[in-house]
Design a protein. Structure first.
Length: 177
């Protein structure tokens, strides 16, 4: 089986909180799938804040947002609600099957606590994104992918846990080349 068909199968069997698979949703419109770190992570909180701030722009371009997480759907809905994102589809993936299937790695030391990370932690904390309790795999690196017609057409694998992709650019299908 090819990597492309493996990905298509993974998207087809991954159900969102709406009950539809990622593949089905991506047939209806492009989907920006953001796979988050654990919700106690200050950088995950940055991502949620960024997505909330950029939501209109992303959805205005015709792209649906789906948030992937390592918690139960109920726990995540409460967390997402703090950012005004409780109504966005999500994928509960406590075993990190989707993370692994899309090629996301677990972080190495410098990707999780190196000098770049410490500086980013200070900036994030000053912006009000205080760290919280670890709820998920603290070593798992996040990622963001644009899905369309059952395939990944663009992706951003994080250099480290503090990486902040350009979600709007990533969510724009016309820049998929």
């Amino acid at each position: 089986m090819s990597a492309s068909s493996d990905t298509a199968n993974l998207l087809g069997r991954t159900l969102t909180s709406s009950g539809e698979s990622l593949a089905v949703l991506s047939e209806k419109s492009p989907v920006l799938l953001v796979l988050l770190r654990h919700e106690g992570c200050t950088f995950c909180r940055n991502a949620m804040s960024d997505i909330a701030r950029l939501r209109r722009q992303i959805e205005g371009a015709g792209t649906r947002i789906v948030l992937g997480h390592m918690r139960t759907a109920e726990d995540f809905a409460a967390f997402a609600g703090r950012y005004g994102l409780a109504d966005i589809d999500s994928v509960a993936d406590p075993q990190c099957t989707l993370y692994k299937g899309l090629g996301l790695q677990r972080g190495r030391m410098l990707q999780l606590i190196g000098p770049r990370m410490l500086w980013a932690l200070v900036k994030s904390t000053l912006a009000g994104h205080l760290p919280g309790r670890i709820k998920g795999d603290p070593l798992q690196l996040p990622g963001a992918f644009l899905l369309h017609l059952g395939q990944v057409i663009k992706g951003h694998t994080y250099r480290d846990a503090s990486d902040r992709p350009d979600y709007v650019r990533l969510a724009t299908p016309l820049q998929a080349v």
